[in-house]
Structure formats: C-alpha cells, structure tokens
Design a protein around this ligand. Sequence first.
Ligand code: HEM
Length: 196
Amino acid sequence: MACSGFLLILFLCSHAAGNATLFSSVALFQAYADMLHSHPLIVSMFSKGLLLVFIIHIVTGALLFLQNRRARSQGYKVQRRAVKNSQASATMIYSGLTILLFVLLHTYVVSFGNHKTIGETIVNLFSSFFVSIFYIVSFIGLAIHLSHGFWSMLQTFGINHPRYNSFIQRLSYLMPIFFLLIFGSIPLLFLFGTGQ
Ligand code: HEM
C-alpha cells in the first residue's frame, strides 16, 4: 500500500503541476496537453502503468479493510487504543471510495467528452455549478485520505524519529492542504469567471 501510495502521490504532483498551467491561461494548458499527446507511446505506457498502480492500491486497501473487520468481528469491549486513531484513519475506506468514484467519472469525462479540445472540455466542465461542487467535495475527500495515507506511508518506510515526529505530523496536514488548494482553486477560477 505504501509503495503504490507513494507512486500515486508522484502522479498527483505531476498532475497538479500540469493543471496549474490553467492559472495562466487555457491556451497554455492546451499547449501543455498537445505537447504530452505528441508522444502517444509515452502517454499510453504512463496511463497503463498508472491504472496498474491504482488497481494494486485499491485491491490491497480492500483486503486490508476486510482483514481488519474480520479481526474485529467480535468488537472491542474497551474502546481505548494504545495509539491514538485519527478520524481520517477510521474513514480511509470511505474517503478512498469517494476518490474512486471521482476518478471513474473524471477520467470518463476527460477521455470521452465530446468537445474539440481538452481545454474546451475543462472550460465547459467547470461552467456547471454542480460539477464544480462535486469536484471540490471530492478534493476534500482526497485531502482527508492523504492526511492519514501520507503519515501511514512514512511509518511503513520507517521514517519515524521522536525528534522529527512533530514535523512529520505537520507535513501530513500541510501536504494535503497544498493539493486541496491547487486542485480546488481550478473549479473556483472558472466558476467565478476569472479563468481564461
Ligand atoms: C481541477 C483539477 C483537475 C483537472 C483540471 C484535471 C484535468 C485532467 C485532464 C485534462 C486529464 C486528461 C489529460 C489528457 O489526456 O491530456 C486528466 C486525466 C486524469 N486525471 Fe485529472 N484533473 C484534475 C484533478 C485530478 C485529481 C485530483 C485526480 C486524482 C485523484 C485526477 C486523476 C486523473 C486521472 C487518473 C487521469 C487519467 C490519466 C491518464 O489516463 O494517464 N485528476 N485530468
């Protein structure tokens, strides 16, 4: 889960950087998309690799959830834990399912949207109030998922030291907020008519 999660975070970094061209103009975003698609072999290998990583992450996540539920089928008599369990960790399966629903709808729209260019698809997408709200709610789900996922990934990789734990804890909040601000600003930009 940690390795596939790490690769998905790398994907989010590159996707956020590419999408950030929208802050400049739709024309720049279109130029970026055209540049990517001028290398069809790389795009196709990247997409297939990404799909594989997504599937590995989802299947291991679902297995872990079922394993934990089976182990706790009796329920706890005492609900006290040695390690404090955050709200984000308790809801990983639900925030994960929200992201899955979002990714399925999002990839369908950007891949099969009946507009001439990808730039037009994005402008049209965020001209709808409800679609923009759906995107923003999904990004909040993503931020909640990342806040526990990132922390958990670092624990798995053994990045844990009393001297740095408070920094790691802060990073686990700041990193998802960073993604929320980048991704979330894009629908807001078009919704309020400042995107061009
Ligand atoms: C406002 C924010 C976002 C915008 C404007 C956006 C836009 C796009 C566009 C235009 C594409 C098609 C790229 C192309 O074929 O040229 C795409 C693909 C994709 N997006 Fe997003 N996206 C956003 C947020 C996200 C987020 C948060 C996720 C993940 C949680 C995500 C997951 C994906 C995936 C999985 C693909 C398919 C990639 C592939 O086939 O290689 N997107 N997005």
